[in-house]
Design a protein around this ligand. Structure first.
Ligand code: UGA
Length: 401
């Protein structure tokens, strides 16, 4: 950013002036889940997008291409087109959909080297000209065969569908992890075995305490709402199950913790390793770590939360419950005197800790619950830990009664 700033990258808060001067406007405002009125809890809240469209109209003196970069429900472009093109000045606006597929933590690599860039536009001559203008921008650094163009509705829907498919894979492997725990199968072995089938593929098959982040839940709920809106009840409940499975996986993890620790965690110190929804980000939105944290607080456990980067966000997101949690940046200090450790974020740092020293500092029997399957479970067991992972037979020192 530093190398481009002042050359062809400028930052400004003078929105109206830059609207007036621009030929192309990428609108990247947020579209959270609606929290009020019709569709509350499911539909996307489009008020920011609509306000921006109106602001563009009010400040334009020349025709423009308006690019939907935010994740939007299908056919949003239609509504925006009405708002933009019914203006008193008689100006023409072309709407193009160009959804963003980058993921947090790998944003720069994803931007420099994306699997594909998707650009959707209208079939009309001016719509196709607008699509070409956006293709030309990306063609500066992306091979043309990775830039695909579609109609507007395909492009809008592809974004929601891609996230729904990704989340579905995590929910599918997590569903299998529950069965593994009952049958003695090992989910890592199962996911390796199925992932080698090129039709299934290896990525996004890591069983976990559940998926989080600001996108998956929001986008699937939005998809569910769209299906319901179009009278497709069965389709809606098919996708809704991906969310339900995720909630089940988070709760199953907590129940496993409580039942393994002799059916009570009340008053027990528990160290939660990780607050972020995944490694390499400080983002705690929809983080399974905070769901687990809240559920254990309900059980009256004494929670110490540690994370290399996400503690400030965790404190904010926990809101009224934050005063019950001890926030401790040092994992060794967090584990000291604890009955259990739960690994909730896949930070590489957590794999490199001295678990011998950690074990010595803990209350006994010491438990470790690996919600990301990132630790060396046999080694931990040899140290003396009772080890519980996702979708694997537990390794314990407690004789069965
Ligand atoms: C996701 C998509 O991957 C991006 O392509 C998309 O652009 C983005 O949403 C968006 O809509 O903006 P992101 O939410 O940043 O990106 O993170 P992911 O890497 O997709 O991870 C989501 C969650 O799934 C995390 O909690 C992660 O730990 C979990 N996960 C992922 C698993 O539990 N197992 C896996 O095998 C993979």
């Amino acid at each position: 950013m530093r190398s481009a700033r002042g050359r062809n990258l400028f930052f400004s808060t003078d929105v109206n002036r830059h609207i007036a001067e621009a030929d192309i406007i990428f609108v990247s405002v947020n579209t959270p889940t609606k929290s009020f009125g019709q569709g509350a809890g499911r539909a996307a809240d489009l008020q920011y997008w609509e306000k921006t469209a109106r602001q563009i109209v009010e400040n334009s003196t020349s025709p423009k291409i308006v690019v939907e970069k935010s994740t939007l429900p299908v056919r949003t472009a239609e509504a925006m087109e009405h708002i933009l093109n019914y203006n008193s000045a008689g100006l023409h606006f072309d709407i193009v959909s160009n959804p963003e597929f980058l993921a947090e933590g790998t944003a720069i690599q994803d931007m420099q080297n994306p699997d594909r860039v998707l650009i959707g536009g209208k079939d009309s001559p001016s719509g196709q000209k607008a699509v070409q203008a956006i293709v030309d921008i990306y063609a500066h650094w992306i091979p043309l065969e990775r830039i695909i163009t579609t109609n507007l509705w395909s492009s809008e829907l592809s974004k929601l569908a891609a996230n729904a498919f990704l989340a579905q894979r995590v929910s599918s492997i997590n569903a299998i992890s529950a069965l593994c725990e009952k049958t003695g199968a090992d989910v890592t072995e199962v996911s390796h075995a199925i992932g080698l089938d090129s039709r299934i593929g290896r990525s996004f098959l890591r069983a976990s305490v559940g998926f989080g982040g600001s996108c998956f839940r929001k986008d699937i709920l939005n998809l569910v709402y769209l299906c319901e809106y179009y009278g497709l009840g069965e389709v809606a409940s098919y996708w809704e199950q991906v969310i339900k499975m995720n909630e089940h996986q988070q709760m199953r993890f907590v129940s496993n913790m409580v039942s393994s620790m002799f059916n009570t965690v009340a008053g027990k110190r528990i160290a939660l390793f990780g607050a972020a929804f995944k490694a390499n980000t400080s983002d705690t939105r929809e983080s399974p770590a905070l769901v687990v944290c809240r559920a254990l607080l309900e059980e009256r456990a004494e929670i110490v939360l540690t994370d290399p980067h996400a503690l400030d966000n965790a404190r904010t997101d926990l809101g009224g419950a934050a005063h019950l949690v001890c926030f401790e940046p040092d994992p060794y200090a967090a584990a000291k005197g604890a009955h259990a450790i739960a690994i909730l974020t896949d930070w590489a740092q957590f794999t490199k800790l001295d678990y011998d020293a950690i074990y010595k500092s803990m209350a006994k029997p010491a438990f470790i619950f690996d919600g990301r399957n990132i630790l060396d479970h046999k080694k931990l067991h040899a140290i003396g830990f009772n080890v519980y992972a996702i979708g694997k037979p537990p390794l314990t020192h407690i004789p069965a009664i």
